[in-house]
Design a binder for this molecule. Sequence first.
Ligand code: G3P
Ligand code: CA
Length: 231
Amino acid sequence: MVVDTEVVAHRGASAARAEHTLAAYELALREGADGLECDVRLTRDGHLVCVHDRTIGRTSDGAGAVGALTLAQLRRHDFGSWHGGEPAEVLTFEQLAGLAADHRVRLFAETKHPVRQGGRVERELARALSRYRLDAHMMSFSPLAVRRFKALRPDVPTVLLLDRFWPRRLPTWADVAGPGVHLLRRHPGRGAGAYCWTVDDPADVALCRERGVRFLATDNPARTRGLLAAN
Ligand code: G3P
Ligand code: CA
């Protein structure tokens, strides 16, 4: 099967730069990524920011839950130095969407902890996406979140992320299956058209290519691109 597998920078070029920082995404673009992946959370005052964890302790010099802090409070912290790089401000979703729009690359936005916030993250994301001319996908491990988002923005493709179980058929509100690479290994014959995460091992890159995976999320876009070209 001949399918172009697109390279998606997972949290930016996050092997080389602090995840979810502008520097990580700019490096991913220089490395030729076709798409950018990010996690989005809401601040206390309703701004969407790109942070993976519920709290900021692992990826900044601060502490506390994203949802308990305002954007101004988050901006007082350094999100770059923990990884050995330059100091960096928290990245807002608006900044990242602007970058993706300017560079005409796809954006894959994953909502975190949607159930707890009663659909607010999905509503804000739906609203934010309409401000940009952007080729975006919405993603979540939560079926409820994906279904809610699809009802708001039927025109935006959705990815149902899968960790433990890969159903044979996707629900109508999910456009793309998003298996972890461990599920791809476990299910021979599947993978065509899928979004697969997080693929950094050379054997897994080859497997994705072989199975016709469409979107491959990696922490190392340049190396993965090289591996895809060599396969
Ligand atoms: O791209 C999907 C992948 O990012 C899901 O896992 O924990 O890195 O958000 P996580
Ligand atoms: Ca993610």
